[in-house]
Design a protein around this ligand. Sequence first.
Ligand SMILES: Cc1cc2nc3c(=O)[nH]c(=O)nc-3n(C[C@H](O)[C@H](O)[C@H](O)COP(=O)(O)OP(=O)(O)OC[C@H]3O[C@@H](n4cnc5c(N)ncnc54)[C@H](O)[C@@H]3O)c2cc1C
Length: 446
Amino acid sequence: MQLDTEIAVVGGGIAGLTAAYRLQEHGFDVCVFEASDDLGGLASVYETSGDPIEKFYHHLSKSEETIVELAKELGIGKDIEWKIGKNAYYINGDIHPMDKPWEIFSFPYWNLYDKFRLGMLTLDIDVRGGIPKFDTYEQLSDFEDVPVEEFAREHTTPNVYETFFEPLLDAKFGSRKDDVSAAWLLGRIKFRGERDILRGEILGYLDGGFGRLLDSLINAVGRENIESNTRVTDIQTVDNEVTGLTAEREDETGESVTESHNVDSVVVATMPNVLEDLTGYSCDIDFQGTVCSVISMEESLLETYWLNIADDAPFGALIEHTNFIEKERYGGEHLLYVARYIQSPDEDVWQQTDDEIRETWLSGIESLFPEFDRDSVNWVRTARNPRTAPVYERGYLDMVVPYDLSEEVADGVYYAGMASSAQYPERSLNGGVVAGSEVADRIVEN
Ligand SMILES: Cc1cc2nc3c(=O)[nH]c(=O)nc-3n(C[C@H](O)[C@H](O)[C@H](O)COP(=O)(O)OP(=O)(O)OC[C@H]3O[C@@H](n4cnc5c(N)ncnc54)[C@H](O)[C@@H]3O)c2cc1C
């Protein structure tokens, strides 16, 4: 079958849907191709007995404005709620709340000097020379080649590194933690720095879940302009210009059908390995995977939303979603995320079946919380994806994929996926919205 479309978008996650929406605003004829049955990519959801819940935990940081603007345009901006997301830290059998200044000050593993140095770093003030300097951390790129450990030891104290940053880096990057740059750490501190000084970190959530934002985008783009269950397998170019693409889908009888489309431009809004398969453009950024379960419980487990774990547990964090968003919205069930980042497909958790993962998580929780009653578990649902977050290693910014690939690949090829600069220093829904919008702007300019 031969079809004509002005612009094809590969990937029906938030970046691809945003690109399609913005391009349509400029009058382009756009078709989105999504390989799976489900739209939304990493932000797709499970049904519950109340509101749907994201398969992977999601919240917004206060510094993320583009997604809020988009939600306003789509008529749901007023439904973004900003609340305190309570944080705590599990170490040596105890839970230490880490929201309020006096809680941080009473962390027993730090002396006064440790607290002072960490406090200064989070306030963006460099006190290494004894005299406060307010501009040291202004240019993140100055820290691109600095190893995160060296930086954290020098700019706070070795003890703060060993009792705080190192366990967090272990949970986030596992065996790759030594490759991570100081620029990433500084970017994270700035990115998540919006705090209510007396109460803690302010986080955002969309009433009804982020699936509502995806649904609003899908409605705006038009379901008739989105082909789900359709995998793009090839992009054709002639004389260094895009001319078409090939897509495969299963028809109603289960037969594989190949379609050809004449297109003027293609926006690839996927992980960069798909870009490489389609165009040959190779990106050196390494990605880690995630195994993440939602556990529904009759009883609450934690007193906080987010619990970082400095322990040999099989997971790096426990995130009790219903300590952030009321359980009544989910039919009264307590919902807990249990997640682990995966650096290699050889890791046990990656190899396990859903039943084995359930056992791994529940016995891990039991060993940290002896009072936990596994009979209170209603259900466990597990999502896994081999590419969910870049490893923000040193020299990362040199490896990001440009939005406009006319020089590197061919005229008419654009990239809005997770390896774009919008997804630095942290990958996020907002980053996807920024990347989709940036690509649309470039197509309009060209
Ligand atoms: C554990 C976890 C926690 C997170 N926490 C947060 C958070 O708290 N806050 C936040 O804002 N963000 C968070 N994120 C990040 C956020 O989910 C992502 O940044 C965002 O969803 C990425 O969107 P995307 O459109 O770029 O990519 P994706 O969502 O990956 O979408 C890409 C789509 O392309 C499709 N595709 C791939 N190949 C093809 C092909 N050949 N043809 C057609 N389609 C194809 C895929 O099926 C997929 O649907 C989290 C992610 C994870 C995994």
